[in-house]
Structure formats: C-alpha cells, structure tokens
Design a protein. Sequence first.
Length: 128
Amino acid sequence: MTFLEWSKSNVDYGRKLVNSAVEGARIGEGKFSHDPLSSSCFGEAAQRAVCPAVIGLCLGALGGYLGDERRSASKAFICGFLGGAIGFGAGVLWDSRHFTARVASSAWKNIEKTRDERWFEKNPIDYA
C-alpha cells in the first residue's frame, strides 16, 4: 500500500467517523427534544445562570479595577463584562449537562459502530 492509498483510506475513515458522530449527536438531540421534561430545559438553564453571571461580573470588574496601578473604569467594565459572560456560559453549560451527556453518548455509540465496521473490514472472520 502506497502512502497515497494509505492517506486516502485514513481520510475517508476520518470522514466516516465525523459523519457518524454528527449523526449520533442529531439522534441524541432528537431523543432529548421528544422528552416532555426537556421542553423548558434551556430557558430554565438561562434563568439559573444569572447568579453565576453576576458573580463572574463582580469578580471580573474587581479584578480589572484592582489588577493595575492605574485604576481605569473602562478596564473594569470590560473585565466585568467578560467575567459575566464566562459566568453565564458556565452556568448554562452546567444546567444543560444532561442534554450534553445524552448527545455525547449517542454520538459515541455511532462512532463505536463505525469503528467496529472498520475493524471487521480489516479483520474478516471466517466461520467455516
């Protein structure tokens, strides 16, 4: 097998893995969205993420204000905004972790199926 054939084979296999992961994620998302308890998951996650956002905003503003000898209101504002955004994002990610786990689990199952197919192509089993 030449390098060109080997690389083409591995690139094709990589594409199959990525496509199977995306398809598995879509399947997991579909299963989660049909669950009656998950209808307001992201709205509630956003509401509960306000507290971490406020904490991040305060810590960022305080860090931006006290971090330098020159105390700049604009630097404190920017650091506070970034801290709030990071806190809000972390809060939403934490509250939606069940959704993320289901999507990741479904994607991983599809990847495993694709890897098994590849293994059986490379290592055929002769039962006779």
